[in-house]
Write a protein that binds this ligand. Sequence first.
Ligand code: HEM
Length: 89
Amino acid sequence: MNAPPLMVVQSYSLPEFKKLLETGATRDGRDMYAQGSIMGIVAREQLSHLTDDEITAVHEFLQKGWTIERAALEEAKIATFPPPTFLKQ
Ligand code: HEM
């Protein structure tokens, strides 16, 4: 889907991250919803329902707990996931 590595969140302040999750606007002002990006749609329709505490918790995790090593570990799990139900016969 061309989603960038979540390491990029380390450059987001909490207010910038809150705006990203609520509106789909990046910290450099790109409006992903206006551009028709899935991230903009997910932000406006789903991530905008997160509470301030939830946004703070995700931001803290992505700033402190998310490393290149952790990303590799999590991405390696993808190959072990069952196929999505819409692909089952
Ligand atoms: C809490 C959940 C999520 C977080 C924290 C998150 C975070 C981010 C961040 C930080 C970016 C980069 C913004 C930038 O360019 O500065 C991004 C882009 C993107 N995300 Fe998400 N995202 C989340 C959920 C999702 C979901 C559920 C999807 C897909 C269904 C998704 C798909 C994408 C895509 C495709 C991009 C690139 C869009 C573009 O550049 O136009 N994200 N996301």
